[in-house]
Design a protein around this ligand. Structure first.
Ligand code: ASP
Length: 347
């Protein structure tokens, strides 16, 4: 009798201890999580879309958001969530990144990507790669496994083979509609023109179609990444803003993470994403004020009216997505866990 009482008491004590631990466990990682993505800004209007295309874009953006958010929910790092979300969009022929990338003037798919970890300010980037299915993964690997920030062309690809990336043939990236835009564009091209945004399939609209993601993890760390095929009929070897840290991609836990889409040359000259961070750090501006200023004031002043947008989030999980084009493919899962996907000005 006494022994059974003792055993019961021990079991009760054990149960209480386990209960206390179970209650405490979530306390260790309570930082709110959030993710925001874009699939490019441009002349995206209700009139320029079909219901079928809307469905396809919505499905692809939702899949990318869920892939990134799953990493965050599992307690994974923001930088890995960004990679996961972007890899989904790189595999979708809808976007100008990975499969479905636009063609250069010489008929090549030359891909750019970058990623930045706001916790450490480590960054990785690749430019003008032609045989890597997931350029964002290669950028991640440059960041994590090389002493460098950026590798380009053949050197970047040799680094990829050395790190076990499979060779992806050019045919993987080919889509008929991007090839058509390339051929159509060549007819009207002036030798000095910089290249144009991609065309929405089956519609009269132009869209930059680059993809990007910014995430906030359970440890309060921010990361950002961007991946693109660049501009249709860009000169072979041209590098845009997407792989340039501070231009198309930037992340710093102390301020924000941001990823841009638009005419890369302007984003490079404005150091656009880093400028948002600087305005917050040096002037004490809110994320919203800083991002709006760069897109609606500075970009426009430099001739970038109707050319671009940015997605960004701060350490508290505030999300902004300003653009000065009619639309931008974008979506987020905020700190409330709600998933939102939008294309047009208010929708
Ligand atoms: N920013 C990209 C570039 O200039 C294009 C885009 O956003 O689609 O390469």
């Amino acid at each position: 009798m006494r022994i059974s009482l003792l055993v019961t008491a021990m079991l009760v004590a054990l149960a209480l201890a386990v209960g206390a631990q179970a209650k405490e466990a979530p306390m260790t990682s309570q930082h709110p999580i959030a993710i925001v993505i874009h699939g490019g800004a441009g002349t995206i209007t209700k009139e320029s879309m079909t219901p079928e295309l809307e469905r396809e874009y919505r499905a692809a953006l939702t899949q990318a958001l869920k892939a990134g958010y799953a990493v965050l929910e599992d307690g994974g790092r923001a930088v890995d969530a960004v990679q996961a979300a972007i890899m989904v969009m790189e595999d979708s022929p809808l976007f100008n990144a990975g499969r479905g990338a636009v063609f250069t003037r010489g008929g090549l798919n030359q891909l750019d990507a970058s990623i930045m970890n706001g916790a450490t300010l480590e960054a990785g980037a690749v430019a003008a790669v032609q045989h890597v299915r997931h350029p964002i993964k290669l950028a991640w690997t440059v960041m994590s496994e090389s002493p460098h920030v950026m590798l380009v062309g053949e050197g970047a690809e040799n680094f990829a083979w050395a790190h076990g990336f499979p060779y992806t043939p050019a045919s993987w990236f080919y889509t008929e509609r991007r090839w058509k835009s390339h051929i159509e564009g060549l007819k009207t091209l002036k030798s000095t023109s910089a290249g144009t945004p991609a065309k929405i399939p089956g519609a009269k609209a132009y869209v930059y179609d680059t993809v990007g993601a910014v995430a906030l993890d359970r440890d309060g760390h921010i990361a950002a990444g961007t991946s693109t095929g660049g501009l249709t009929n860009k000169l072979d070897g041209r590098v845009g803003d997407s792989p340039i840290i501070g231009a198309g991609t930037y992340a710093n836990d102390a301020t924000c993470g941001a990823s841009g889409t638009g005419t890369g040359e302007l984003f490079i000259r404005l150091n656009l994403t880093k400028s948002i961070s600087d305005l917050m750090a040096m002037k004490g501006w809110s994320l919203e004020k800083a991002a709006n200023y760069m897109i609606h004031d500075r970009l426009v002043e430099l001739g970038g009216k109707n050319t671009g947008g940015v997605i960004a989030l701060d350490a508290e999980g505030h999300i902004v997505a300003p653009f000065n084009t009619p639309g931008m493919y974008r979506g987020w899962i905020g700190t409330d866990g709600e998933l939102t996907v939008k294309f047009y000005k208010d929708r």
